[in-house]
Design a protein around this ligand. Structure first.
Ligand code: KIV
Ligand code: NA
Length: 278
């Protein structure tokens, strides 16, 4: 099966078919997401928060994204893969930016890259697109700028801010972006942007007027020890609780001697195994 491509995504917008995206950071998650029929996988720098235990996306490096992207690509060979350019990997010379992009595409096996910012990075978007790499932009709440923004604030709340977001979106579309992620944007502002652009918008906390939706995998399935409720997330499972309970049982059974049992042990007449792990 061929992965989705950027022309089909534009067509999906035109025909009103919502685009589905979720983050993935490893091989099993990528496999399961592909089996579920997700349109696009994102190796987001949210990796820093949900996998690496940092308290923001700022410490995430290009090596981190490449390492995880390679694993995702091995698990989802028929899915369109987008990798995030991390903090400060696209603000130096165009040469340096293209080196970062090369790593995500050639070493990380991504089909496209995502970067944060508005009109101020339009020239950067243009240079990457001219190099033959599809770019998805990301405006609204841009977590790499959290210390400049002053917190995880909802964007587009007044007319002036909504206009600024629309101007950014139009500049990014003109620069050649094939799509735009809108994060923590009022439904009204995001709907207007989605209507005025010909490229798809993918929302997270941006309401029902976007052309697609993206969620962070660990939020969508509660894969964490202490999930914090967030208005823009719907949790579809509680994997954290399932894992904790399973591991408690394992610990108890080893301690009590219930595991390993008769069916788990070898005698002299067993053959080689078809697989060892996984
Ligand atoms: O890093 C990430 O997961 C993202 C999504 C929230 C869009 O950028
Ligand atoms: Na990100």
């Amino acid at each position: 099966k061929m992965p989705l491509n950027i022309l089909k995504m534009k067509k999906m917008k035109q025909e009103g078919h919502p685009i589905t995206m979720i983050t993935a950071y490893d091989y099993p998650t990528a496999q399961l997401a592909e089996e579920a029929g997700v349109d696009m996988l994102l190796i987001g720098d949210s990796l820093g928060n949900v996998v690496l235990g940092y308290d923001s996306t700022i410490p995430v490096t290009i090596d981190d994204i490449v390492y995880h992207s390679r694993a995702v690509a091995r698990g989802a060979g028929s899915t369109f893969i987008v990798a995030d350019l991390p903090f400060m990997t696209y603000h130096g010379s165009i040469d340096e930016t293209l080196k970062s992009v090369r790593r995500l595409m050639q070493e990380g096996h991504a089909h496209a890259i995502k970067l944060e910012g508005g009109a101020e990075i339009a020239d950067t978007v243009k240079a990457i697109v001219q190099a033959g790499v599809p770019v998805i932009a990301h405006i609204g709440l841009t977590p790499q700028s959290v210390h400049q923004i002053g917190g995880y604030r909802i964007q587009g709340k007044d007319e002036k801010d909504a206009q600024r977001l629309l101007d950014d979106a139009l500049a990014l579309e003109a620069a050649g972006a094939f799509g735009i992620v809108l994060e923590l944007v009022t439904e009204e502002a995001a709907t207007t942007i989605s209507q005025k652009l010909s490229i798809p918008t993918i929302g997270i906390g941006a309401g029902r007027g976007c052309d697609g939706q993206v969620l962070v995998f660990h939020d969508a399935v509660k894969y964490t020890s202490s999930y914090r409720e967030k208005r823009f997330v719907k949790t579809y499972a509680d994997i954290g609780d399932t894992i904790r309970t399973a591991l408690q049982e394992y610990v108890n059974e080893v301690r009590s001697g219930a595991f390993p049992a008769e069916q788990h042990v070898f005698s002299g007449d067993q053959e080689a195994l078809g697989s060892l792990y996984g």
